[in-house]
Design a protein around this ligand. Structure first.
Ligand code: NAG
Ligand code: NAG
Ligand code: NAG
Ligand code: NAG
Ligand code: NAG
Ligand code: NAG
Ligand code: NAG
Ligand code: NAG
Ligand code: NAG
Ligand code: NAG
Ligand code: NAG
Ligand code: NAG
Length: 627
């Protein structure tokens, strides 16, 4: 058989380089965090009028991807090709095949600091720059092969930490000074000085920034304060990245050169006149160029850099100026995580001196209390846009809330849009669904159910069938990786395979509660390490075929497109990991897993062999189908 020869030659010849890091990404080249996105806000946190570009900004229809994204994708595909070749040992694939390559998405759920840390562990595992991540049984290089990385709420804090800090590594974020979660966000960064003074000036700086926006005539809510506070923890501990905008990511040369995947932050829209965010709420995305939604309720995108300008009917009237600096990076991740701005109301539980509490209480209560739990996007960029069909067309302001409030706590929405042609999504789920803050599949169920409303909010966007949450627990689909949508004939349209990676305890209890305000650095590092184990199935010691199975998931749609018979190893993988439609909907007892691998005792996993050989076999067979 043709593939047998190929396997033999790969096993003999390419073995050491199976998933090697792309050039320039050697761990020893890691430098301290110096670079960031760009401090391009015209006046700090205050949105300010700037001169308009020659072609005035406008809202565009969501029927296609933006030309910015389409152009960038060409560059990114060339770049990710090398990484993917390494990842899949596709040494014979030629650059001309770039358009046939699979499109990989990564999605990181919400769930506060827990979600940030669990997600960080997965990203660390996927990153070829992480020490030892490209050795046998690991998954380093998946991040370098990916096209998109999406995050919401706590997951968006992770994205912000990585992207605003110049696509830094998780190792660097851990080694400081950025991720210092033992300092409560209520008290501000520990700058080594007198803590009383520090907290006071922390609040003073935050208050001044938000006051500036308000004085310039823009509506402000607690989310503005929340976003500013978050920035000190995620971006820069000295001035909290005051001048950094989300749109500046698109202006950095590394991003323009396609050196890393495109970040997508998800938030929800509260429907006009409704206080509850239901399953038919609008799902927004912030990508590096735009803010908007594919949902039929708006079906449009506005240039992110000019958010805050008074668009009307999709264009900016001649008498209106171009506003810039509204898309503060902190405001973007604060918007995605409005559920947590209630943290701020807990100021009285801290040991801060009372004058600090008083000052801060004044600031909080000077804001509109009825809008405590939202981010106000006023002016609404979609005012009078799609007048006939949009329930938001008459709203002068948009109420935007936490991306997980519609229960779709994994940011899949941007990744399942048919225009994006994503083949596989690695869905990292650290939702706190049950009593002990473990996930039970609720997030996937929500996205599936929304997709069934195909003539309404679902807008004919297909999604793999997902069982009920009891089945998740009874069949153990939430305690190990599970693939959904393996068989695309079981779907109403094109959709990616979902590789579900639920948070579970491998080496530590990674189920810190969602509203935990502080985490010691050693606990933080343990939870991140646990996330690494979840993604790699304990470096393939739990299943020696795991890296091969990841390869099979990545290439599955390509196999289908080319009408290729599945290689044997993929059949094994799919029978082990694909949900086959079986249900067991009886009420389960409470899911309360124990730690799988005791720290000092690896006997639970001893005896299993890491999957180098099978990875190579899978990759080579896959390769033979694409060349
Ligand atoms: C961002 O990181 C890249 C890759 O490590 C580096 O080449 C570049 O100089 C950095 N940018 C800045 C502004 O520091
Ligand atoms: C996005 O594309 C538009 C239209 O081609 C262009 O005017 C704009 O400058 C691009 N944005 C960025 C940040 O490159
Ligand atoms: C990487 O692997 C080497 C050799 O096995 C080991 O000495 C080192 O501690 C590992 N580093 C990490 C961060 O795991
Ligand atoms: C969302 O659903 C609720 C109840 O199911 C309904 O009352 C409301 O009108 C819907 N909103 C939109 C914008 O479709
Ligand atoms: C904190 O406590 C003081 C005194 O009881 C009270 O006036 C203030 O409203 C409280 N602040 C908040 C944010 O609840
Ligand atoms: C699953 O999670 C949801 C919340 O996300 C919860 O309401 C439900 O009780 C949970 N069910 C089980 C069986 O864990
Ligand atoms: C379904 O799940 C229940 C509860 O976990 C279990 O007791 C029962 O044996 C399962 N039924 C089947 C047919 O596997
Ligand atoms: C796909 O399979 C599931 C499970 O058997 C079933 O519930 C669902 O209706 C099927 N969907 C389609 C579109 O065939
Ligand atoms: C997996 O690899 C990571 C990073 O190299 C290491 O820290 C961890 O101890 C390994 N886990 C197991 C179960 O071998
Ligand atoms: C790994 O794959 C091989 C080849 O298909 C198979 O024989 C073996 O049983 C698989 N191992 C596991 C743990 O599934
Ligand atoms: C974590 O989950 C375990 C059961 O799996 C439970 O015993 C423990 O109390 C949970 N921890 C937290 C902080 O909820
Ligand atoms: C595939 C599909 O049905 N797309 C629709 C999504 O919603 C917009 C706005 O209503 C329609 O124009 C598309 O046809």
């Amino acid at each position: 058989m043709k593939s047998t020869t190929l396997i033999t030659s790969l096993v003999l010849g390419v073995l050491p380089g199976v998933i090697a890091a792309p050039p320039g990404f050697e761990p020893e080249n890691i430098v301290p965090i110096v670079g960031r996105a760009l401090p391009d806000a015209p006046d700090g946190y205050t949105p300010t009028s700037v001169s308009c570009p020659a072609s005035r900004p406008s809202v565009r229809s969501a029927a296609e991807l933006s030309s910015n994204e389409t152009d960038w994708l060409k560059t990114r595909r060339e770049k990710s090709l090398d990484a993917m070749k390494d990842f899949l040992a596709m040494s014979r694939l030629h650059k001309s095949n770039a358009s046939n390559l699979p499109n990989i998405g990564i999605a990181v759920s919400g769930g506060g600091y827990r979600a940030l840390m669990c997600g960080a562990g997965a990203i660390k595992a996927f990153d070829s720059r992480t020490e030892n991540a490209t050795t046998s049984g690991h998954l380093g290089g998946l991040l370098q092969s990916a096209t998109y990385v999406a995050g919401l709420s706590g997951g968006s804090w992770l994205l912000g930490s990585i992207y605003i800090n110049n696509f830094t590594t998780i190792d660097q974020l851990q080694s400081g000074p950025v991720w210092e979660f033992e300092n409560s966000i209520l008290e501000g960064p520990d700058t080594g000085g007198l803590q009383i003074l520090d907290s006071a000036s922390y609040y003073k700086d935050i208050a001044e920034a938000v006051e500036g926006k308000k004085k310039a005539g823009f509506d402000t809510t607690i989310t503005d304060i929340w976003g500013r506070a978050l920035s000190y923890q995620m971006f820069n501990s000295s001035n909290g990245g005051l001048d950094y905008t989300w749109s500046s990511i698109a202006k950095t040369s590394d991003f323009q050169d396609g050196n890393y995947p495109m970040p997508l932050v998800v938030a929800d829209g509260r429907n006009p006149g409704e206080l509850v965010v239901g399953s038919n709420s609008t799902v927004y995305e912030f990508n590096p160029w735009e803010f908007g939604t594919f949902d039929p309720t708006i079906y449009g995108f506005v240039p992110l850099e000019f958010l805050g300008s008074r668009f009307d009917g999709g264009s900016l009237p001649q008498n209106e100026s171009c506003i810039s600096g509204y898309d503060s990076a902190g405001f973007v991740i604060g918007t995605s995580s409005t559920l947590f701005n209630q943290f701020l109301l807990q100021i009285n539980t801290t040991s801060l001196p009372s004058f600090v509490k008083d000052v801060f209480t004044d600031i909080l209560f000077s804001l509109d209390q009825s809008d405590n739990d939202i981010a106000s996007y006023d002016p609404n960029p979609f005012y009078h846009y799609n007048n006939d069909s949009s329930p938001y067309a008459k709203q002068t302001a948009l109420d935007v809330v936490d991306g997980g409030e519609d229960l779709q706590n994994i940011p899949l929405h941007p990744l399942i849009q048919p225009e994006r042609h994503v083949d596989v999504v690695f869905a990292v789920d650290a939702s706190a669904d049950n009593t002990w803050s473990w996930p039970n599949g609720t997030a996937l169920v929500a996205t599936y159910e929304r997709s069934l409303n195909s003539s309404g909010i679902g807008n004919n966007t297909a999604f793999p069938a997902i069982p009920d949450v009891n089945t998740f627990i009874n069949l153990g689909l939430n305690s190990r990786p599970t693939f959904f949508g393996c068989n695309s004939s079981n779907m109403t349209g094109p959709a990616p395979i979902i590789v579900y990676l639920p948070n579970s305890p491998y080496t530590t209890f990674s189920n810190e509660t969602t509203f935990t305000l502080t985490t010691d650095n050693d606990v933080r590092d343990d939870i991140i390490a646990n996330g690494y184990e979840v993604a790699t199935m304990a470096n393939s010691t739990r299943d020696g075929n795991w890296t091969a199975c990841v390869g099979c998931a990545i290439l599955s749609r390509s196999f289908e497109r080319t009408g290729t018979t599945l290689p044997d190893i993929c059949n094994t993988c799919f029978s082990n990991y694909c949900w086959d439609g079986t249900l067991n909907s009886t009420n389960p007892s409470t899911y309360a897993p124990s730690v799988l691998i005791a720290q000092a005792d690896n006997s639970a996993i001893a005896g299993l062999v890491p999957g180098m050989l099978s990875t190579v076999i899978a990759a080579s067979v896959a390769l033979s189908t694409l060349v």
